[in-house]
Design a protein around this ligand. Structure first.
Ligand code: APR
Length: 239
């Protein structure tokens, strides 16, 4: 069966990576993630925003994929055609066994120059990452080509999604026989419009989320539990 997984921050919650609407801690506790994840915030205070993403990158690097990530990869081994569309910028789907995932909101480990778009190998966001425990302000490195500041490779509020990722996501949702939506509040568009794209085609939609979300009214079935448990149930049913 052709199964699409549309995942959000709740997919990585059991790996210890806070969801986007969890309260921020430490240096950033007085901010709202929505106000930090913007180009304006970065231009206003590059060290604060770069430091926040470095802290997030360190947390992701220390995190391990959870049973949900490994469970999705198990569907592939069971012979299903599986495609993952994620709003997450972490690499836990890939580290959990998926050869690829469509990242609608970019990737933490794909920094580039804010001004000219140049990248650097290795990505400067991983430089000395193990030493980062608590969040600190940190001036972003300067681009070798133009001297501009490096910025995280994520999609900030107000920015367009990567065209290729969006086109791929629409194609995936347009051809799947089952859509499993895991761990998203379904509040941020255009990603939030994808489940309707599948349900209007008559595709079966199953949601895995401990609580109601904006996706719930579209779902034929809601598994009110964490990602790992929900994916395990679906594996026993379909694999
Ligand atoms: N398993 C499954 N779902 C969970 C779990 C869990 N263990 N823990 C929390 N959740 C659910 C929450 O109930 C919530 O509905 O995950 C969802 C997380 O919602 P958000 O924090 O809003 O994250 P997300 O939906 O991915 O946000 C979408 O908004 O902030 C922007 O770019 C950011 O990609 C993000 C986008």
């Amino acid at each position: 069966m052709r199964i699409a997984f549309l995942t959000g921050a709740g997919m990585s919650a059991e790996s210890g990576v806070p969801t986007f609407r969890d309260a921020l801690t430490g240096l950033w506790s007085r901010y709202d993630a929505m106000t930090l994840a913007t180009e304006d915030a970065f231009r206003r205070d590059p060290a604060l925003v770069w430091g926040w993403y470095r802290w997030r990158a360190a947390m992701v690097r220390r995190a391990r994929p959870n049973a949900g990530h490994f469970g999705i990869a198990e569907f592939v081994r069971s012979g299903h055609a599986v495609e993952v569309v994620t709003q997450n910028v972490d690499d836990l789907h890939e580290r959990g066994g998926m050869r690829e995932a469509i990242h609608l909101h970019g990737r933490l480990f794909a920094s580039r120059c804010l001004d000219c778009g140049a990248t650097r190998e290795p990505d400067p966001i991983v430089d000395g990452l193990d030493a980062i425990v608590d969040g600190v302000r940190e001036t972003p490195p300067a681009c070798d080509a133009c001297g501009g500041p490096f910025r995280p490779g994520v999609v900030w509020f107000g920015e367009a999604l990567p065209e290729d990722a969006w086109a791929s996501a629409v194609a995936v949702l347009g051809r799947c026989e089952l859509l499993v939506v895991v761990g998203t509040s379904g509040l941020v568009h255009p990603a939030a419009s994808l489940p309707r794209l599948a349900s209007t085609r008559g595709t079966r939609v199953i949601e895995i989320n401990p609580v109601d979300s904006a996706v719930s009214p579209l779902a034929h079935e809601c598994l009110r539990m964490p990602a790992g448990a929900g994916i395990r149930i679906l594996l026993e049913r379909y694999a």
